[in-house]
Design a protein around this ligand. Structure first.
Ligand code: BES
Ligand code: ZN
Length: 461
């Protein structure tokens, strides 16, 4: 072990309590980007982050406005001759409903069973916080970082990153770097260290079915009126076959086929289908026939209803034909699908499935691009070496099923290779009640990032 690494470890060991308290303070800010009632909290969280960056020694720290929530920027560029890394994370979190299923209140973080429980503990405030402390450990022990760093922390990732691309385009000049590092992914099933090498894109929209101007008595009118809720059910039922194949003309046209080599690599992953099924509590896994679960998760597109409402939902019975019914629908997209084209195809299919007697609209809410990252890039290899060093085993390479629009933005607008170096435990319950981060992942992750900077400085220079 080098002297630097020993000093970093010793510093991190000594400051563990202070770090956890600060982590909790960050998690107490309810930075829910989707809900306008939390706009003030978004600013509080952004300012909190900016203050921490300044305290550490990061320069040019700025809470940069966008048409939505602000982006926190800061840099430290004094490692002459060394590479520059662009670090991305997000300080916004998902809404917390259903609140009654949380064992501990979502914004009152608590440590139990070796985990930090709170909304955002893993996705992604915990991982942003890990970056702060990796940098802090370097400044406190060596007085400097071994490479140049630019931090970009977004406040709208969970809401589709709608203003991010515009901000990156406008700030291109101060975003020059050699590699982008994003810590917003997780380990493989069983909490096995992993580097993510693919993310899916997203097309998110809303179906609105409208019928009569008001709810109608289902006795007086039933039989003469198309029911919007029934119509919505007809439409949704037509979007997929009972086998789970998406029934939208042209939907799969651009999907990049899984090659025999992709299949062979994915088949080697130690995926425990029974354990996975048990953990999520379903009687059986379900998906496109003839594919591995890891292929369905990372290399094939999806079409899912995320929410559905309309008509009477109260206690007891109410005999009405509802005036309208709605659903939120999203598709996860893989290479080489185009989000806008997918929207148009799904919209046309919805219109074609709409029965007579109602009006049907499908409105686009947001899109995000898929991305694939190289396994053989020196920056990826250095990340793997840092993981091996700290976690004692080589990471697996997995394709994440989720989306991080920023990854594609960095690749397309800035031409950067992207390393997805995430540490969330697979059972972190991101987006669900009782989100948690395994503190061992958090602590070792901080040490991994700190060593990664040293490896990158040596390996990319
Ligand atoms: N951390 C996730 C992304 C993720 C999840 C990557 C699982 C790999 C595996 C991120 O915070 C997220 O949830 N993103 C949204 C983006 C969307 C709103 C465009 C998502 O995937 O739903
Ligand atoms: Zn998320």
């Amino acid at each position: 072990m080098s002297e630097t690494v020993a000093a970093l470890d010793e510093y991190l060991e000594r400051t563990a309590t202070e770090r956890l308290e600060e982590y909790q303070a960050f998690l107490r800010i309810p930075s829910i980007s989707a809900l306008s009632a939390h706009t003030g909290d978004m600013h509080i969280a952004a300012d909190w982050l900016a203050d921490k960056l300044r305290d550490i020694g990061i320069e040019h720290v700025e809470v940069s406005p966008t048409a939505g929530h602000p982006i926190v920027y800061g840099d430290w560029l004094h490692a002459e001759g060394a590479p520059t890394v662009l670090v991305y994370g997000h300080y916004d979190v998902q809404p917390v409903d259903p609140l009654d299923l949380w064992v501990r209140p979502p914004f009152e973080p608590q440590v139990e069973n070796g985990r930090m429980y709170a909304r955002g503990s893993a996705d992604d405030k915990g991982q942003v916080h890990m970056h702060l402390w990796s940098a802090r450990a370097w400044f406190e022990t060596a007085g400097r970082l071994p490479l140049n760093v630019r931090y970009v922390f977004e406040g709208e990732e969970e809401s589709g990153s709608i203003h991010f691309e515009e901000w990156v385009a406008a700030n291109r000049d101060r975003l020059t770097a050699d590699v982008a590092v994003i810590s917003d992914t997780g380990f493989f099933e069983g909490n096995i260290p992993a580097i993510c090498i693919g993310l899916r894109g997203l097309m998110y929209g809303q179906i609105d079915v409208t019928g009569p101007t008001l709810d109608l008595h289902s006795g007086g009118f039933g039989g003469n009126v198309q029911n919007p809720a029934n119509a919505l059910a007809t439409i949704i039922a037509g979007l997929k076959t009972p086998e789970g194949v998406i029934d939208v003309p042209g939907f799969y046209d651009e999907v990049r086929p899984i090659t025999p080599q992709d299949h062979a690599e994915l088949a080697l992953l130690p995926f425990d289908a029974e354990g996975f099924r048990d953990r999520i509590g379903v009687p059986a896994l379900f998906g496109e026939p003839g594919l591995l679960p890891v292929e369905r998760q990372g290399a094939r597109p999806t079409l899912d209803i995320n929410g559905i409402w309309g008509g009477f939902e109260g206690e007891g019975a109410k005999t009405i034909i509802p005036a309208h019914a709605h659903a939120k629908l999203s598709c996860r997209l893989v290479a080489d699908m185009d989000p806008q084209r997918t929207y148009e195809r799904v919209r046309d299919r919805i219109k074609a499935l709409a029965p007579a007697g109602v009006n049907v609209e499908f409105t686009l809410i947001h899109t995000g691009m898929w991305s694939l990252t190289p396994t053989d890039h020196p920056a990826t290899r250095a990340a793997a070496a840092a993981i091996q060093d700290v976690f004692g085993r080589e990471p697996l390479y997995e394709r994440g099923g989720g989306s991080i629009p920023a990854a594609a933005t960095f690749a397309s607008l800035l031409g950067l290779p992207v390393v997805l170096l995430g540490f969330a435990n697979p059972d972190c319950q991101a987006h669900a009640p009782n989100e948690s981060m395994i503190l061992n992942n958090y602590e070792r992750g901080i040490r991994t990032i700190a060593r990664y900077w040293e490896a990158l400085a040596a390996g990319l220079g």
